[in-house]
Design a protein around this ligand. Structure first.
Ligand code: HEC
Length: 725
């Protein structure tokens, strides 16, 4: 009897408010966009799961796409969305999946390999980064589309059938390399999905980080036709706001990047899109890009309908440390000094939250221009000051001194002190030098693309953050390679395009950038050629490398002895000739180097990864707890250390923060008030992604992509969804 009564009451709301299952929730009651809603807040008004019952969570379903890389190089960073009871998600090889969000049952799959118009369907080349998808429907609801990017192509897929919409763009997709005002042959790729404003898809892109990177302009496309509706030049052109801040008036023609790769947030009421940007190409040396580098490293407020500039705030001037703004902004309304302010908050890799009045860009808490070191490499002109917010308090440690070097064991301490002392500087914003400086929090943050969650009721922000030092040491760009042999020409090409990540001795950095020593034992010429042309995961593609240059590069990588036929394929022009280099630079970083001890643990005292809660009203860091553990260390009695992590949290009205992200391959739930961990579950592979939560027929689900494949973790290809039994 009582069962029927409760069923009756459950059914009632559906009669009056149209049932959630049959409506695309746009607010906090669903998960209809990347990061939950257009405010970017990763917040859910669901209350079924609470601190009291979360420990009873069980696996509701698991879905495997069966397309991970067996060599553990594939990843999945997707934050899926839920529309009308269907979960839209991507797989490691960027298949687009439509699953029943309550059961995990597959509705349809779109496989981009079969739609590769270049007929260059090497499945390996489809291991790329995609952090999610964008949904749009017309007001009548007859036209429903999913937009998502596979490398340079942004597809429009019919949300009901899984078929590309052939009259959109170039036959179902946009080519991100077009419409940029100059011919782009270098890498460009969609990663974090775009946002919808009315009938516009507003998107950024990932480009390579070199001196000759493609432009990072922000673009809006017509959702119906795929036609470009507006473009905002992130490096301003003559006559545009900001152009006069560039000492060299040709900068806009020759430089690139200043791109939005981490997502945006939309204030629909005001019609403003908030766009965080990254640094200008040539990450670590800026002699070719003198000045503050507007609009790189900025929070940009643009008119969402027209792309017109409204305001900007530059968070890092003349960036020499790859301090891209790494996550979508969070929109939040706060009370400040007795006034209600609609604010936009932005987390950074260096561990700060910058907060502005959404209407005019005025800082909520004072931001001070602090003097920073200026001893720099010849030709460099570092900024004498950098902006540091007085509040909110930073969510990551700000200093890495000798007293912070690991003491996990006396031997490791001695060993790591020696290594520590080889890098000279530890002050924040020390310009890169041959003596080296510590980047802390590291190149991957601090804050990263997982983004922050904000509770709109309590105005508390939750951030998962790594505390890993990386060494930044500069070297001369290698010269004097004899380019008269095919191998020599290949060496020069390697130095130009590959050395920045794979290092001068081809050794990579052990984890994220693989060694290319003896690469011939692993791949044949064809396979290496495909990796170079297509890129893979975090490795950009190099379409600008010509066929002959590729032959030379292969001769170098595979140490193919010189033969008479070489003469016919010798690249005509030496690559090192200035004619071939748009923005020659004299210095480069000698590799991406995490500070790891001989056992692979961070060379800094814990915590190595944390979950923090920042009160956006007072600016106070309320709590910060280690996130994740190394079970073998915990067993030894060492308190939880946290682990380096990738992926963000979500927060619920029910009182919980969910986050996976850790190297121990677990998903965790915390009490949002206290930071106490209440539940965790082991995943099939690390959840280096941000979870989503939604409710169907009154039941709340939490789903996470388990892609692994970063920082030495094994790869996975499943989504795991949890619910109460
Ligand atoms: C921006 C950094 C970056 C640059 C520049 C770069 N790579 Fe890579 N490369 C990577 C990463 C990251 C991977 C691992 C990709 C993955 O996860 O599958 C990789 C993987 C590879 C692999 C496969 C290695 C393996 O063990 O599976 C080859 C081969 C390779 N790169 C060659 C090159 C060549 C040749 C160049 C220059 C034309 C180059 N890379 C430039 C970052 C880079």
């Amino acid at each position: 009897m009582s069962r029927y009564i409760s069923l009756f009451f459950l059914a009632l709301p559906c009669l009056f408010v149209s049932c959630k299952k049959h409506k695309a929730g746009t607010g906090h009651d669903g998960w209809s966009t990347y990061a939950g809603a257009k405010d970017g807040d990763r917040y859910s008004s669901n209350t079924e799961l609470t601190p009291e019952n979360v420990s009873q969570l069980q696996v509701a379903w698991t879905y495997s796409s069966n397309d991970k890389d067996s060599a553990n190089r594939s990843q999945n960073q997707c934050n899926p969305i839920m529309i009308d009871g269907i979960l839209y998600a991507t797989s490691p090889r960027l298949k687009l999946l439509a699953l029943d969000a309550a059961t995990g049952e597959q509705k349809w799959v779109f496989d981009p390999v079969t739609h590769d118009t270049a007929k260059n369907a090497d499945p390996m080349a489809f291991y790329k980064i995609c952090r999610g998808v964008t949904y749009w429907q017309d007001t009548a609801g007859g036209n429903k589309r999913i937009f998502y990017s596979v490398g340079p192509k942004t597809f429009a897929i019919d949300a009901e059938t899984g078929q590309p919409i052939m009259n959109f763009g170039k036959g179902g997709y946009l080519d991100l390399a077009e419409d940029l005002g100059r011919k782009v042959t270098s890498y460009i790729s969609g990663t974090t999905p775009g946002v919808i404003y009315k009938d516009l898809l507003i998107i950024g892109a990932r480009v390579d980080e070199s001196e000759d990177a493609a432009p990072g302009h922000i673009r809006a496309y017509d959702v119906m036709t795929g036609k470009l509706r507006w473009i905002f030049h992130t490096i301003p052109e003559p006559g545009e706001i900001g152009f006069n801040t560039w000492p060299d008036s040709t900068a806009w023609k020759r430089l690139g990047s200043a791109n939005n790769w981490a997502g945006m947030a939309v204030d629909e009421k005001r019609g403003i899109v908030y766009v965080p940007t990254g640094s200008v190409g040539g990450d670590f040396y800026g002699g070719h890009r003198k000045g503050p580098d507007l609009f790189a490293n900025c929070m940009l407020a643009l008119d969402a309908a027209t792309g017109k500039y409204i305001w900007h705030y530059q968070v890092v001037h003349h960036d020499l440390w790859d301090r891209d703004l790494p996550a979508n902004p969070n929109l939040v309304t706060i009370n400040h000094n007795g006034k209600t302010i609609d604010a936009v908050a932005q987390i950074t890799k260096h561990g700060f939250v910058f907060m502005f009045d959404r209407t005019n860009g005025q800082p909520i808490f004072p931001i001070e221009e602090k003097p920073v070191p200026t001893n720099a490499l010849p030709g460099e002109e570092p900024s004498p000051t950098q902006p540091i917010p007085t509040l909110p308090q930073p969510f990551a440690r700000q200093h890495f001194g000798p007293e912070d070097v690991t003491d996990i064991s006396p031997e490791t301490h001695t060993d790591m002190m020696e290594k520590y002392n080889k890098v000279k500087y530890n002050a924040r914003f020390t310009p890169p030098s041959k003596d080296g400086d510590w980047i802390f929090p590291g190149f991957d943050g601090g804050g990263e693309w997982g983004g922050a969650a904000v509770d709109p009721e309590t105005k508390i922000m939750y951030i998962s953050s790594s505390e890993m030092p990386w060494a930044q040491v500069m070297i001369d760009v290698p010269k004097n390679v004899d380019e008269h042999t095919l191998q020599g020409a290949g060496h020069a090409i390697y130095n130009r395009y590959c050395i920045g990540c794979h290092g001068p001795e081809l050794k990579g950095n052990g984890t994220s950038f693989p060694s290319l020593v003896n690469i011939g034992k692993k791949y044949n010429e064809l396979q290496i050629g495909q990796i170079i042309a297509g890129g893979r995961n975090m490795m950009p593609s190099f379409k600008q490398i010509t066929a002959n240059q590729k032959q030379a590069l292969l001769a170098f990588l595979l140490k193919i002895p010189a033969k008479p036929s070489d003469a016919a394929i010798m690249p005509k022009e030496p690559v090192s000739s200035t004619k071939n280099v748009q923005n020659p630079v004299p210095y480069m970083m000698d590799g991406y180097k995490r500070f790891l001890d001989k056992d692979g643990y961070p060379g800094i005292k814990p915590p190595w990864g944390t979950l923090g809660a920042v009160d956006l009203t007072s600016g106070k860091l309320l709590w910060k707890v280690p996130l994740g553990e190394y079970p073998e260390l915990t067993k030894k009695g060492i308190p939880k250390t946290g682990t380096e992590l990738y992926g963000g949290p979500l927060v619920t009205k029910g009182g919980l923060v969910f986050v996976a992200a850790t190297k121990d391959e677990k998903i965790h739930a915390f009490d949002k008030k206290t930071g106490k961990q209440l539940w965790e579950a082991k995943l099939p592979a690390a959840g280096y992604a941000t979870p989503a939560t939604y409710s169907i027929d009154g039941k709340q689900y939490v789903v996470i992509a388990c892609g692994g494949g970063k920082i030495g973790s094994k790869s996975g290809d499943s989504y795991v969804c949890f619910a109460l039994p």
